[in-house]
Design a protein around this ligand. Structure first.
Ligand SMILES: Cc1ncc(COP(=O)(O)O)c(C=O)c1O
Length: 444
């Protein structure tokens, strides 16, 4: 349906909405507004097709306007708009959890529902803490995150996260958190296709942190198998396996934040399957419902769940949950999403397209100011050199130019991050690269 958006496209009318992770003054002076979407394309308010190079915000893995999902949502909201899941229930989250457990890596078949990736991260951290306490190891209260990690914006998530801007403004955060080094090494790995060659010293830093703090004080290590928000940082070959070994050796839980890698982004349903490393807890959101309705899910190993259930008596085992944990409309959206993913083979389609995507992306390496290109599955990053004294400005200009030319890309710092819907066709990959090429060429 056509929308008249003239009434909001003025600076004054835009003032009340405090936009998230946005330069509000800059945006409202020169807004970019989308009004509808179908398949691989958004439509801007000035009626231009905009090729979606980012699956919205890493979430619309099956593309936009999927009728099966829309209709499931419509049916569900008409039938049961809301029902509590605190000491009550309704069938949908049980059914959805069962379907998710079938898809999850081995053993991760207990599912706690949240509403977002941030809530999933905080939920995972809390489960880890109480698990150790239930085992009589309540002194394990430390977390190890990683530099440049992103685990959402809750206090737990920013404490273990490693992006300075997300932490600096917000006080002392959780105590007892330490960080592994990040795995980006452009000097050594620039223009590597796929995973960088092994550098075990990065994972072995965990042994040093264990030696420093004592294994018996550490509850969990949390990392993204592939860091997305910091600008697509890939794990060197063997890195995740080594982290797994060290965690297992010391009784430390390993949490994978798969909020963006979950649901097919890297070529397998989850990155843990792609890299053959099974964590103890796995967090997800975004692609869980194709972005249509907010929802997150935390997958927990049976043994951890059982530790909670083994406690004596009928009491509540975990004092944690959200009003909307297992919301019926979100669960219906999720079930329909899984059906779309599975019937169209989308959870492994990134693997089929990876080679084409890789060579299309790397064909941009000789463009001006390009200092690195990274890729895996249907994820890509083009890193630009920063303008003197203005980090991020060059990539931001490429972003606005690309939008003008008809593509939505994402930039973080001076990195252009790409994660198109998994339905993308080869000619659309070409179109995306062509727009990005023009946008980079047009930027000084
Ligand atoms: C790895 C990771 N974890 C957590 C989050 C936070 O998710 P949300 O914005 O849904 O809270 C994100 C969002 O981009 C993410 O990439």
């Amino acid at each position: 349906m056509a929308q008249n958006t003239d009434h909001i496209a003025t600076e004054g009318a835009m003032a009340p909405f405090w936009m998230p992770f946005t330069a509000n003054k800059q945006f409202k002076a020169s807004p970019r507004l989308l009004k509808s979407a179908e398949g691989m394309y958004y439509q801007s308010v000035d009626d231009r097709p905009i090729l979606d190079g980012t699956a919205g915000l890493w979430c619309c893995n099956a593309g936009h306007g999927r009728r099966q999902i829309t209709e499931a949502v419509q049916r569900q909201i008409a039938e049961l708009d809301f029902a509590p899941t605190f000491q009550m229930g309704h069938p949908l989250p049980f059914e959805f959890a069962q379907r998710l457990a079938e898809l999850a890596p081995p053993g991760l078949d207990r599912v706690f529902f949240t509403n977002s990736g941030s809530e999933s991260a905080d939920t995972a951290l809390k489960i880890a803490l109480q698990y150790h306490r239930l085992r009589g190891e309540g002194q394990r209260t430390r977390f190890i995150g990683r530099e440049k990690g992103y685990h959402g914006v809750g206090f737990g998530g920013i404490s273990v996260g490693g992006l300075g801007n997300n932490r600096k403004g917000f006080g002392p955060l959780l105590t007892g958190v330490d960080h592994l080094p990040h795995t980006l090494n452009i000097e050594r790995n620039a223009f590597t296709k796929g995973l960088p060659e092994p550098d075990m010293s990065l994972a072995d830093r965990l042994e040093e942190l264990v030696a420093l703090h004592g294994a018996d004080t550490i509850a969990a290590v949390i990392v993204e198998p592939m860091a997305g928000s910091a600008g697509v940082i890939l794990p060197p070959k063997g890195y995740l396996k080594r982290l797994r070994e060290i965690c297992t050796r010391h009784g430390i839980l390993l949490i994978f934040d798969e909020v963006i890698t979950g649901f097919g982004r890297l070529g397998s349903p989850f990155a843990s399957q792609e890299f053959d490393v099974i964590p103890d807890i796995l967090t997800s959101a975004k692609g869980l419902t194709n972005g249509a309705i907010p929802m997150g899910a935390v997958f927990v190993q049976n043994a951890i769940y059982n530790q909670f259930m083994d406690a004596d008596g009928p009491a509540i085992e975990l004092f944690h949950g959200y009003t909307y944990s297992g919301h019926p409309v979100a669960a219906a959206a999720g079930l329909a999403t899984l059906e779309v993913y599975q019937s169209e083979g989308l959870l492994t389609r990134a693997a089929d397209l990876a080679e084409y995507w890789e060579s299309a992306l790397h064909s941009l390496r000789d463009l001006p100011n390009v200092i690195d290109i990274r890729n895996y599955g249907l994820v890509g990053a083009i890193e630009l050199s920063a303008r003197d004294g203005a980090p991020g400005a060059r990539a931001y200009d490429v972003f606005t130019k690309a939008f003008e030319l008809g593509a939505l890309i994402r930039v973080t710092g001076d990195v252009i991050a790409l994660s198109p819907p998994l339905i993308i066709e080869r000619d659309q990959i070409d179109q995306l690269m062509s727009i990005i090429t023009d946008a980079i060429r047009a930027t000084r």
